[in-house]
Design a protein around this ligand. Structure first.
Ligand code: ARG
Length: 582
């Protein structure tokens, strides 16, 4: 609809003012308020200067060139020169029928699919996966799902931090203190490993002799000494298992390709930079000077790609990784989902990669930053005793709280449900609440983590949406109606306001999905689904379904079922599955 309207208005604009008119994009947007109809064209105002005419007069000339009487009400000029567009309800009804029969619910597939890599989650070996990684995991997965749904060829990559001098230090320390960890699988829990890591760091900073041992261990690792590699692999194995627990709980599919994968390509990167005349030696380190990055004195800042001891950096690996993803994986879009704190890192890496000619014209690099997760008091999330919170504990707590809420509800409603039901519902409600709370925030801002808010049955929460879905299934159970066999041929009747409002909202799905594809802001889909559920609940309160006369009943059943289908699809794109009852 909106694409259609944009075409119609573009043509009208040219007919009215000639081919040279510079159009103002977007020509047509969904109306911000139903008072103004369904869509609006607000270009008359910004065109006033260009055309040296009054906006209302411009609007009138545009309108004169447009004929939408088959499906739209007469166009109206409002205020200083806005054009309001209202679609006829018969036309809406017809569209609803079409969307109902379309397996993608009216969302079209992309014409020119891209090969897209999404680099997300990416925790670090021998360290705890923290809430920042949780955000990256949840947001990255959703972006992947939406792009896949649109028809892109998506490769999900886990850029695990599995290499670096810290491994030399850790292995050296374990050799001294806990050698069994280096030879036997599962000899240590990740929590203990993190503690050992901290102890190793302490010793490294205080003990000169140990520092030297650690350094030698790094060299051994780099030279692929079999014993050292075995130890390193065991550490990776152990961490991987821990990460997998989280991925399974959250139903995340991702392919591991850690930093170490790019080790063989690092020397070539230095050579490339040298060949491109970008490399400068600074105090023994090899670096590339950056544009627009200066120190306090205003002097240009370098990006160090090889340290004076020959070691490489995080950025060097990212350069090698970029090249590999473009040349070997043939990616045309590469998306990185990390906390906003890494924005400079990516700007620098992208800049150097462009200077080195690694990035062809057609390749798009996108950093998708997100803010911090804070405790309700606005401070860093911690356990009561002040330690960093473990993700597994956080997710378990969400599920436990969901279970308590459910048990209370069952008691007040005097309902009897078996263990299985309670387990399944609390699992889905708890985990989707965590995901949804994250996704429903504009990712660029920090957000406060509140179990109470995310688990509430009211408000922009997962339980609220899940409940709207359950309501529809309840209607079908109560009326003994198989929603799969609704006869659409009779046509949809939209008479009541709340029916029309709901129907129009449903038809916005295609637009919203494409918007999220463009700006990679999943909160827009969340808001859409929340408003859909609200509009459905209003319809449900105002329009009897099962008691209505046959024709209207069928029409309302279809509208309700279509709402449920849209909620189910929308939630699935957020990585959330629905419940039939809750
Ligand atoms: N391991 C990094 C971290 O924990 C994130 C990696 C992001 N991806 C990348 N290609 N640099 O912060």
């Amino acid at each position: 609809m909106i694409d259609n309207l944009r075409n119609i208005f573009a043509t009208a604009l040219k007919q009215a003012f000639g081919d040279d008119i510079i159009p103002v994009e977007p020509l047509v947007v969904p109306a911000t308020n139903p008072k103004f109809g369904d869509y609006q064209c607000n270009v008359a105002l910004p065109l006033a200067k260009q055309l040296k005419e009054k906006p209302r007069a411009i609007a009138q000339q545009i309108i004169d060139k447009i004929d939408i009487k088959d499906w739209g009400n007469p166009l109206e000029i409002a205020g200083p020169g806005f054009i309001n567009i209202t679609i006829k309800s018969e036309y809406i009804a017809k569209q609803i029928g079409e969307v109902y029969q379309d397996e993608n619910l009216g969302v079209s597939k992309i014409n020119n699919p891209q090969k897209i890599i999404i680099d997300f989650s990416s925790p670090n070996i021998a360290k705890e996966m923290h809430v920042g990684h949780l955000r990256s995991t949840i947001i990255g997965d959703t972006i992947a799902r939406i792009l896949e749904f649109r028809g892109h060829d998506v490769l999900r990559l886990n850029h695990v931090g599995d290499w670096g001098t810290q491994f030399g230090m850790l292995i050296a320390f374990l050799r001294l203190e806990k050698p069994e960890v280096l030879t036997t699988a599962n000899a240590v829990d990740i929590g203990d490993l993190v503690t050992l890591y901290k102890q190793a760091k302490l010793k490294f900073d205080q003990d000169k002799e140990f520092k030297e041992t650690a350094r030698q261990e790094v060299v051994k690792l780099q030279n692929k000494d079999p014993e050292s590699i075995k130890a390193w692999q065991l550490l990776c194995e152990q961490s991987r298992k821990e990460f997998q627990v989280i991925y399974e709980l959250l139903n995340i599919q991702i392919n591991e390709r850690g930093e170490s994968f790019y080790n063989p390509f690092l020397p070539d990167i230095i050579k490339d930079l040298e060949d491109a005349d970008l490399l400068v030696k600074d105090d023994g380190a090899k670096c590339v000077f950056l544009d627009n990055f200066v120190n306090k004195k205003g002097e240009p800042l370098p990006l160090i790609v090889q340290k004076s001891d020959g070691g490489y950096n995080y950025a060097t690996t990212d350069l090698a990784c970029l090249k590999y993803r473009i040349q070997q994986d043939k990616a045309t879009t590469i998306i990185y989902v990390t906390d906003a704190g890494q924005a400079n890192h990516f700007t620098q890496v992208f800049q150097v990669a462009k200077k080195a000619n690694f990035i062809p014209e057609n390749v798009k690099l996108v950093h998708v930053p997100f803010g911090l997760v804070l405790a309700e008091d606005g401070k860093k999330i911690k356990t009561r005793s002040g330690e960093t919170i473990r993700l597994k504990d956080l997710l378990d707590e969400a599920v436990n709280r969901a279970k308590k809420d459910l048990e209370n509800r069952l008691e007040t409603e005097a309902r009897n449900e078996d263990e299985n039901f309670i387990h399944q519902v609390s699992q889905i409600v708890g985990l989707s609440a965590v995901k949804y709370a994250d996704l429903s925030q504009n990712r660029t801002t920090d957000y406060k983590f509140s179990f109470n808010k995310m688990l509430a049955l009211q408000g922009n929460t997962a339980p609220y949406l899940l409940y709207a879905y359950v309501r529809v299934q309840g209607v079908s159970r109560k009326g003994n109606i198989n929603l799969e066999n609704l006869n659409i041929n009779q046509g949809i009747i939209l008479k009541e306001d709340s029916e029309l409002v709901l129907a129009k909202h449903i038809l916005q799905l295609d637009y919203i999905i494409k918007e999220v594809e463009k700006d990679l802001l999943p909160n827009r889909l969340c808001l859409y689904l929340f408003e859909l559920s609200q509009k459905f609940n209003q319809f449900y309160d105002q329009c009897p379904i099962l008691q209505a006369e046959e024709e209207v009943k069928l029409s309302r059943l279809i509208l309700a079922d279509l709402t449920a289908k849209v909620i189910k699809l929308g939630l699935s794109l957020l990585g959330i599955s629905v419940l039939e009852r809750m």
